[in-house]
Design a protein around this ligand. Structure first.
Ligand code: SF4
Length: 441
């Protein structure tokens, strides 16, 4: 969207008080995300009293909730759903030319069928740090998990052509990006709409052939489509991080079925075994939903025991939210919110000990680290085991050198550098490592 606006002659500013147009891209897949989106709109609406001429709200919120938002938030001048991002400059032009008679006329509302894909050849403007980028390989979802509104908001699954993705990755790598995070609502379904079967292994092999010093990371893999062919690509790859984000949601067969997931407990256990056989040392992340309708204490105990068997590196946990319009919201019995939250906390507490143990087991080993930033406690970075924003980090301490040399070494480091370091210790979410005695040229 920023690329589109820049191509249309607009300038970007990071200071809202300077902006003529404020655009808020929204999320609403669960209740807290909806609340955050609404709070943010109200927060930015105050700039309308200053010099802002147009308040624009885009994305999932208008796509999901429709025209009822017009009365709720009359300050908004333009609403745009997930289907029409490409029309943003054109609609902003129309909204600027329109007289709202001091807010008496409702904002311009454009929600189309969700079918949008990133434009081929459009210049990317990174909103992340310059050394890391997310690249969308597909949009939409057809898994229809019973608790989830995303298929309704983002539409049917559609993959981007591989040559377009390759071109985007090449351009990012050429511009100095060191970490490419491949995302979609379901990355393992990549190609199903175009070729009838998953083409993720072929896409990854293709991207792996791009020259340069960079990492590729795959997020949001649906467990059932993690094939031996896909795992073989990880094993033989130069750029692909041995890291897989595998949202499982639960391990009880009864709950998985009630969720409309395709996985079975036996299939999940077999998959974990296959991953560890075929890609030894692969870091695994998963997420679980706690307190899904019908989840008993016994189901929850089964999930806790599964943590000991699966031994994930990282686990995320959400309490279940009954989302309006989903089949799960009317299932009985619903679990009280306090119980959902208690189970989430218990699960995270149990996993903490496992994550800490796995981190401590790295002591003495060497890791390649992508340096991120200098904090009051020194430089921090991430290894192949940590995805941006969601997992832990690696804290770098200078080697035991005379103070002057140490300062010189530390000054030679920049965000986006790759360094090989030696792990010296760990806490739950942090690994401590020593900087190399000799800095690479
Ligand atoms: S796979 Fe993910 S996005 Fe798709 S329906 Fe299930 S939870 Fe929602």
């Amino acid at each position: 969207m920023i690329g589109l606006m820049k191509e249309s002659g607009y300038e970007q500013t990071a200071r809202p008080e300077e902006a003529d147009i404020l655009a808020i891209n929204t999320c609403c897949f669960i209740q807290p995300a909806t609340e955050e989106s609404l709070d943010r709109i109200v927060e930015y609406a105050r700039y309308k009293k200053e010099n802002c001429r147009l308040l624009v709200v885009l994305g999932c919120l208008p796509q999901r909730y429709g025209r009822q938002l017009l009365d709720l938030l009359p300050e908004v001048d333009l609403w745009l759903g997930t289907g029409g991002y490409s029309r943003l400059p054109e609609l902003i032009g129309a909204a600027l030319a329109r007289d709202r008679e001091n807010g008496k006329r409702p904002g311009l509302f454009t929600v189309e069928k969700p079918g949008w894909l990133p434009e081929p050849g459009l210049a990317r403007v990174l909103s992340t740090a310059p050394y890391t980028a997310y690249v969308k390989i597909a949009e939409g979802c057809e898994n229809h998990c019973r608790y989830c509104v995303i298929p309704r908001i983002r539409g049917p699954y559609r993959s981007r052509p591989p040559e377009e993705i390759e071109q985007e990755v090449r351009e990012l790598v050429d511009s100095g990006v060191k970490e490419i995070n491949l995302v979609a609502q379901d990355t393992t379904a990549y190609g199903v709409d175009r070729e009838g079967c998953s083409a993720l292994p072929q896409l990854l092999s293709r991207l792996d052939r791009i020259e340069g010093d960079f990492w590729l990371r795959v997020l949001y893999a649906y467990p059932d489509r993690v094939s031996d062919e896909l795992l073989a690509v990880f094993y033989g790859s130069e750029h692909l991080c041995a890291y897989l984000d595998l949202p499982l949601q639960h391990i009880s067969g009864k709950i998985l079925k009630a969720m409309g997931r395709h996985s079975t407990p036996e299939g999940i256990l077999r998959l974990l075994e296959r991953i560890r056989q075929l890609v030894p040392g692969m870091a695994l992340r998963t997420t679980f939903i706690l307190g899904y309708p019908g989840e008993t204490e016994e189901d929850f105990d089964g999930l806790l025991s599964f943590l000991d068997v699966a031994r994930f590196d990282w686990v995320g946990a959400f309490p279940y939210f009954p989302e309006e319009g989903t089949p799960a919201a009317v299932l009985k019995p619903q679990i009280p919110p306090a119980v959902r939250e208690r189970r989430r906390q218990e699960l995270l507490a149990k996993q903490e000990a496992i994550t800490a143990e796995k981190n401590r087991a790295l002591c003495g080993k060497h890791l390649k680290v992508l340096v991120e930033k200098n904090t009051a406690d020194g430089w921090v970075g991430r290894s192949y085991r940590e995805a941006p924003e969601i997992d832990g980090l690696v804290r770098l301490a200078p080697v035991n050198l005379p103070a002057r040399t140490r300062v010189a070494r530390t000054r030679a480091i920049n965000p986006g550098d790759f360094l090989t370091v030696e792990v010296t210790g760990a806490e739950t979410y942090e690994v401590y490592a020593r900087l190399p005695a000799v800095m690479p040229p």
